[in-house]
Ligand binder design. Structure first.
Ligand SMILES: Nc1ncnc2c1ncn2[C@@H]1O[C@H](COP(=O)(O)OP(=O)(O)OP(=O)(O)O)[C@@H](O)[C@H]1O
Ligand SMILES: [Mg+2]
Length: 245
């Protein structure tokens, strides 16, 4: 790994955190079977931010799940932080996810019977982190929820729930953070606050960030925008439109 970092430094590029090679994935059975991801190859540099855009049904969420190790491709390879997912069984993959991958969903996915503190602390405990409760409280304070530790999700606003979800995703200090339309269920002002928080956290911690969004303005805050269409990468480029566009 050191030599990889060194080689990359010499080449003037960041080492990859995510390398996806020739990934194909179909889901569903019988007539409902869909070939969703079609020969996808993508490299994401360490600390890079990627805006993943494309029409509804183009495979954005599915690709995110593949990166996060929540879906296994039918063929091809996914390597995150030097670990090849193909080499891991389900338990090892779950452990890897618990430590290295933070995930934020549009609909928050908090556990309704747990307080904000428990929602953040329990996954930390399960991943074997020491001092989970203290760490969870610190993380919640950092997203401005130090005064809401013992509230249940239904007692929190949408923006507050998403901040809990963000604290939960960030608490293990993951190498990568994937976010699937994290502002999709929020009003514009609250959504902007969540996005600002996301980029502030990225600036502080330098994790690799892959952000699925329908908002092209938001996508263009990322280092690079990748566009999917019908399960293929249609465009993979910088954030700036060509001068003659
Ligand atoms: N479990 C499944 N079985 C069959 N087809 C599926 C399954 N999950 C997703 N699909 C199909 O795969 C395609 C890609 O879905 P995906 O959720 O990745 O799209 P998306 O780009 O995230 O869309 P959106 O912007 O609407 O969230 C869709 O056509 C969807 O119907
Ligand atoms: Mg989606």
């Amino acid at each position: 790994m050191d030599s990889l970092i060194e080689t990359s430094r010499l080449a003037g590029t960041a080492p990859d955190t995510i390398t996806i090679s020739n990934v194909n994935l179909s889901l569903g059975t019988g007539a409902a079977r869909v070939h969703i991801l079609k020969d996808i190859s993508l490299r994401v540099g360490q600390g890079e931010t990627i805006g993943l855009i494309g029409p509804s049904g183009s495979g954005k969420s599915t690709l995110l799940m593949v990166m996060a190790g929540l879906e296994r491709p039918d063929s091809g390879e996914v390597v995150v932080g030097g670990t090849a997912f193909n080499a891991l069984d389900e338990d090892a993959l779950a452990r890897f996810r618990g430590r290295q991958v933070g995930i934020v969903f549009q609909s928050f996915h908090l556990i309704p019977t747990m307080t904000a503190l428990e929602n953040v602390a329990v996954p930390l405990e399960l991943a074997g982190h020491a001092g989970a409760a203290e760490r969870a409280a610190r993380e919640l304070e950092q997203v401005g929820l130090g005064h809401r530790l013992h509230h249940y999700p239904t007692q929190l606003s949408g923006g507050e729930q998403q901040r809990v979800a963000l604290a939960r995703a960030l608490a293990p200090d993951p190498a990568i953070l994937v976010a699937d339309e994290p502002t999709g269920n929020l009003d514009e002002t609250t959504g902007r606050q969540i996005v600002d928080l996301l980029f502030t956290k990225h600036a502080e911690r330098g994790m690799t960030l892959v952000l699925v969004t329908h908002d092209s303005g938001l996508a263009h805050r990322c280092d690079r925008v990748v566009r999917l269409r019908s399960g293929r990468i249609e465009a993979d480029g910088g954030t700036h439109e060509p001068a003659d566009a």
